[in-house]
Design a protein. Sequence first.
Lengths: 317, 404, 310
Amino acid sequence: MAILFAVVALIAAACSSSDDSSSGDGDFKVAIVAPSASNDLAFTQSIVDAVNVLVDNGSISEVAITDSTGVPDDAAVAIRDYANEGYDLVIAHGSQYGGSLQEIAPDFPETSFAWGTSADTFGLDNVYSYEAASDEGGRVMGIMAAALSQSGTVGIVGPIEVGDAKLYVDGFKAGVLIQNPSANVPINYIDSFSDVALASEAANSLIGAGADVLSGTAQMVVGAVGVAKTDGVLWFGTQANQTSLAPEIVVASQVYHWEGILEEMVTNVKDGKLGGELYVINFANEGLVIEYNDGFDLPDDVRQLGDAAVEQFKSEG
Amino acid sequence: MTIDLSRRQRRFLAYSIPVLAVFAALLFGAIMLILLGADPIEGYSEMFLGAFGSGDALVATILKATPLLFVGIGIVIAFRANVINIGAEGQLVLGGLFATMAALYLPEMPPYVMIPLVLFAGLIGGAIWGWIPGVLKAYYSVNEILSTIMLNIVAVQLMAYLLRGPLIDPAEIERGTRIPQTARLAESADLPLLFGSDRFHIGPILAVLCAIGAYYLLWRTPMGFRLRAVGLSEHAARYAGIPVRRTITLALTMSGALAGLGGAVLVFGSESHRMVTDGSTLGFTGGAGFNGIVAALLGGLHPLWTIPASFLFGGLIVGGQALQRAVQVPSALIVALNGLVVIFVVAADRYRSKLLAEDGRDMVADADGEGGGEASAASSAGDVAPTGTDSFRPTGTYDTGDDR
Amino acid sequence: MSDIFTIAVLVAVVASAIRLAVPLLLAALGETFGQRSGVLNLGVDGMMLLGAFTGYYAVLKTGNVWVGLLAGSLIGLILGLASAVIAVTLKAEQGISGIGIYLFGLGMSDLLFQKLVGTPIPIDTFPQVDVPILSSIPYIGEMFFQHSMVIYLAFAAVPLAMFVINRTTFGMNIRAVGEYPEAADTLGVSVARVRYATQLIGGTLAGTAGAVLAISLGIFQGNLTNGAGFIAIALVYFGAWRPVGVMAGALLFGFINALVLELKTLEIIPRDLSNLAAMAPAIITILVLAFAAGRFKAPAALTKPFTRGK
């Protein structure tokens, strides 16, 4: 038994690479810790896509990703480890990680941390926070949804009524009512982020209530999109471009483009400013973009409503 | 196959079987790593280092093992009474919630009062969540596998309801972000740290104490005797005048209580010192409710052997996460790998039992409950093959050839 | 603003309940066979997930939903074989081996999906097949006779399972092996062979259940089943190891889920209490069983590996 351990230890010692390299010139290493899968076509995918944009344009030299880590303490271990390994920026892409990050960040004054979605940097100078004004896109698409709806009923499928999801849903409903104050806007929070089957039945239920346009947020919403496709009901997506899920009926998606603020953060860190700022992506800074489905025949007047709403946010922001 | 092995050789082979099984699983894992374009040697060495290779790693492993141990001990107690508790996930959550509510609603108190109180609250929370299926089984014949699985679902929703409602951090409402988490809980409830570490708290020590306590309970107290008697034969126990229904209820209640305590430790030993949810139990427990079952069964349903079993399983999990970071494979691979290890270790167990069973006669002479592993635990306690029920049993071989 | 709870709404809820129940039903039927013969398989969810991914992937590659269904079933069969080897031949402790299979299935399906597919691509779903004549009956027609073929087949599996368990020699052997393996063995029934068979059946049905789920939804996602496999296991106990009981359990669970959803849409359930309402299926399932007074005993040999005695 002892021999076994000794052999393994020898191999380990021989093969373990040096761990404490900090970035050399031109090197900028970024790590992401996220609660869901990198390809969820929703929350986590959005940050992974953004980081990859920066890798392509050279701002970031190396990326490490630890996904599907829902437990904050596990994420904490990962965040600490990446900080120890000399990553310049560690992105804690999960609202539930905040409490842990608050404890970790002071231990690594040389490392920059980014926490999203949130609006709190704990007063620390090496923590950035970022969030999405998803209610803006919600409102824009809500307006268009109401304009497109012939039944006057627009339905929304949500996970649990918290955080970013609630922000989007509230914004969408507000948008629908702006365009059509007498519209019926049933909202169904299925109380799960992962029950795809339930999301699809929620969509059925909303369609049964007369909805001919639907929207929804979070990764389980793919189930709802499937139902919309089958029933020929229109869909507005958020967090990522959902056109590929149902090219016939997806009208548009509010896509999170974190790369703009990410670029700022990276530049700041390279200049020595490691934190202390709250970032928001919105229409004004083009962090939020409505990506229309070119394959969908959107009437011009509706498109104009959408564009006008976006313009309004841009001029206010 | 009859090879003449000395007793010592046989025991050595028996104890190294689990290790060999792990290696076999890791071999499969190596193939998967190669297919994913990762270097298995580098990966596995990082895995080992990440679990055992430094002080920090050991701390991480021990802390990961702690909820497994709490749950595992509870599982052992329940199984000894022939009750399967699949509800540890929910009981961990309830324990965490009760402990959190205690910290939020109790007035400011010094740590040496606060900490026992919140831990006790957690214990109560888990106990309730174990008591319910206990009563349902004992008095309403509702199978505990069903009720505990169902109660896990209820616990998730209860957690979501409380953490986004009454217990939410007021600052979240102010900021409009509405993250379902509590405020940073009272500092006086922080679990004390040990050895100058900034992470190693008293949780593991508590768990080990509970394991020792469970051992004494099961083999040195009348209550423990009743639990085991009911586990071996309900009929015989009833004839002996043991209140079977109450004992079954008690078994599940205690099992839940231990898990609840584990949940409280999770919250107050955590990095963030607050309770937060992502809408699932796994997001809080990290699967400890299920992994604890594995640890208990790997420990031969013996409280003391559950300690190293939890430690090793904790190491597997922590090491796996280090592996993921080192070679950048999707976390899903690590989950699959953990499953493979469990399957291989469990499958190889037959050979271990067989080898140990041949020693059975020697081990019967040992004091009750001592000796390692499953076969000896069963045989030394003089177990008799139980009659029909629908739950697990203290493991041992059911080979009718091993009648004692 | 709440609408009146109309007949039309009730019809929709029942139809929805049936759709939600089918994966649970199939997986639970499979587990029923296994448990009846004395084997507890806690890995059902993992088998469902691998069946779901395999089915999804097969449809993605071939465009044919029936090929997908078959693929999912085959993977289930293989996993059932593995489970049989572990539980019957190697006599492993059934609880843990099941959890191992669950973890393996959960991780593997997600991993394969991430590596072979990447961003989710939608697939075809089962076409709706209206039963001639019956589907035109007002209300009843929409509730029961306007579903996909797999749903009809799934419910047809219930009387089939009943027949097999109660009226065939094989079924008799299953029951004997589950109650008194020693006696069955003495009578010449190969306990191992029977249990292998039930594990194969269980695995196949679990894989099928997963494939049905994924193809019905037209998509795959990590942890698609969201714990449905465990609910299916629980339903075997609810149904007292009888196919009809299991079906009743699946329908009850599905119905409450569908009802709660509908009540949320109609805003009869206030959003603040949404989580409490989501507990309903679980609580009601327990209550129904508690007050239906379990008069059925479990298979006596459940979870006990068998070795021919000396």
